[in-house]
Design a protein around this ligand. Structure first.
Ligand SMILES: [Zn+2]
Ligand SMILES: [Zn+2]
Length: 577
């Protein structure tokens, strides 16, 4: 989320919670909706307000727009102060527990006098909740679980979920639902469909003439820990690990419009709606309509909506309002790299360092995935904790691979190394041995806490080594776990270009380069490699996340060297034997 918007989003959620406790359900929902919209913006509210377009944000009507203006101008909101004064802080915290809705909370408060988490715990221990009117053992268990989840979650500060975790869960949900004959069309929408590196929740859209069994099935899936809502056309569940999934049933003639709307991003949608209005039309989650006649112009597919607006269909990964609409209108969208374009993985580990499997097992797994080649790049000696290779062991490994290549069919194993970049920018292994490999991947793993200037110099120094093919995980980040080290990206990209070094998009947990940096690299003519850095055969499947990052960065197959067949790749790399 945009930093400047964060504070305001927090305030809107607080207002929504307070209103819920006051039984003002509809008003509360309005604030929640507005908060969600603003969370997804890729532009600051200040800028939107400056253009007088606050009311174009989905869910922001006149009243909320006025409050946003007050917040933006004064940093305060009288309305919030008034609400706060009417309720206690502890009760407010209780209202923030997902799964304990306002109705339940009201009963807990009115019947048992529960005003805070401690009192709720005591009531649970004494089993007082099951005896409340309309409750029972099951609802008591639900409250118990909600509280546990909340406490667990607030510990890891409730946040967004890594795409690598959310995607398989979403995929499984879709597979489960597809089994039902009542499900006609099904798609995952939201930031997951745009392959953002982290997602808020899982949004599933379906069309059906008979939604009741679908809803029934959805709320009873084995992975459900909590049913948050069970409606006729919309339901919400909480899954293991606190991930929320929503399902909506859509009319077939509005499916494309709903898919477009719920895929976002919000800023992309705002721009599209503005374009629709210029035609005298209105675009919403229900379709594209003529403002005068109220006639539906398009809505059943996304393609027809984009087509009516004068452009070709825009891949979801590009929908961030960073030039994709202009490009689509001029019919110059990039042809994005696709998973099927990938011919091999150029950075994986084996049990020679910190991988768990043999060279042969990794090669066979790569072959199964349709690859032509696999780059074995274990760590070098500086990384002692993982048994990094010194010159002698690297030579042994190269020899082992040469012999294996004669034996194994259908895949070429490249004898590579992930060589550490030392603090002065020199490499952990001598050039004598590097030249004997097929592939040199250089990377920083230790002594990361240095100034931007020092880190940039260190990386550039490494790029000057004539044997380095690829710079691995160039920014040193791990999504959600480790921030990137400071580095001057422009200088790094220029050096990569000058010394013909390929920059990696590391696909497993790191997503590094990130999308925006990959875009800049491609614009400057720097080549990229999408590698999984797999330490286990199953991790080879992380390739899809690296490809997604590349696609979000507008990257085409021609910029990615591991889309090249082996014969061409051998010429691209500096010293294949
Ligand atoms: Zn590494
Ligand atoms: Zn590695």
């Amino acid at each position: 989320m945009i930093k400047e918007n964060k504070e305001i989003v927090k305030i809107l959620y607080e207002i929504a919670n307070l209103l819920e406790l006051k039984d003002e359900v509809f008003r509360s929902r309005a604030y929640r909706r507005a908060a969600r919209s603003i969370e997804d913006l890729s532009e600051s509210l200040h800028d939107i307000a400056a253009r007088d377009e606050l009311e174009q944000i989905p869910g922001v009507g006149k009243a909320i727009a006025k409050k946003l203006e007050e917040l933006l101008q004064t940093g305060q909101l009288q309305y919030l102060d008034k609400l706060r004064g009417e309720l206690s802080k502890e009760l407010i915290e209780l209202s923030e527990i997902p799964g304990i809705g306002p109705k339940t909370l009201k009963v807990l408060r009115d019947e048992l006098g529960i005003q805070n988490i401690k009192q709720l715990r005591n009531a649970l221990e004494a089993h007082q909740i099951r005896d409340l009117p309309g409750f029972g053992e099951r609802s008591e268990e639900n409250v118990q679980r909600s509280l546990e989840l909340y406490l667990q979650h607030s510990l890891q500060h409730r946040g967004r979920i890594f795409i690598g975790k959310a995607f398989p869960i979403a995929q499984q949900l879709v597979e489960e639902l597809e089994k039902l004959s009542e499900v006609k069309q099904i798609e995952v929408a939201g930031s997951l469909r745009r392959w953002k590196e982290t997602v808020g929740d899982i949004d599933i859209l379906v069309t059906s003439t008979d939604p009741t069994p679908i809803m029934q099935h959805f709320v009873n899936l084995p992975s459900v820990t909590q049913v948050l809502a069970h409606g006729v056309t919309k339901s919400s569940i909480l899954l293991d690990e606190g991930i929320q999934a929503d399902i909506r049933v859509i009319e077939p003639e509005a499916f494309g419009a709903a898919l477009q709307y719920f895929t976002g991003s919000k800023t992309h949608n705002i721009a599209l709606r503005r374009l629709a209005r210029q035609h005298g039309w209105k675009l919403s989650e229900y379709g594209l309509f003529d403002l005068k006649t109220d006639q539906r112009i398009a809505g059943s597919t996304e393609e027809e909506i984009y087509q009516q607006l004068g452009m070709i269909w825009i891949p979801p990964e590009l929908r961030e309002d960073t030039g994709e609409i202009e490009a689509a209108l001029q019919n110059r969208l990039p042809t994005l790299v696709h998973r099927d374009d990938i011919c091999g993985d150029l950075h994986v580990h084996t049990n020679w360092s910190d991988g768990t499997e043999t060279i042969e097992a990794m090669a066979n797994a790569a072959k199964q995935r349709g690859y032509e080649y696999l780059g074995i790049c274990d760590h070098s000696k500086q990384v002692r904790v993982v048994n990094g290779l010194d010159e002698t062991r690297l030579r042994e490994q190269i020899e082992t691979i040469r012999i294996l290549n004669k034996k194994i069919r259908g895949i070429r194993i490249l004898a590579g190394i992930e060589v550490d970049i030392l603090t002065d920018g020199s490499l952990d292994l001598s050039d004598d041995v590097l030249v004997e490999t097929d592939l040199v991947v250089a990377a920083v793993h230790i002594y990361r806490k240095v100034s931007e200037e020092k880190m940039t110099d260190r990386l550039i120094q490494a790029l000057k080594n004539p044997y380095v093919d690829i710079l691995a995980h160039p920014l040193g980040r791990i999504v959600g776990k480790r921030p990137p080290y400071p580095v001057n990206l422009d200088e790094l990209i220029m050096a990569a270009k000058q010394h013909e070094v390929i920059l990696e998009i590391n696909a497993f947990e790191r997503l590094d380069l990130p999308d925006t940096a990959a875009r800049v690299a491609q614009e400057n003519g720097v080549k990229l490699a999408i590698n999984t850095d797999a330490h286990h055969t199953s991790q080879l499947d992380a390739m899809i996340y690296g490809v997604a990052m590349a696609r979000r960065g507008w990257v085409e197959a021609s910029s990615v060297i591991n889309t090249q067949p082996l014969e061409k790749l051998e010429k691209t790399l500096k010293h294949v034997h």
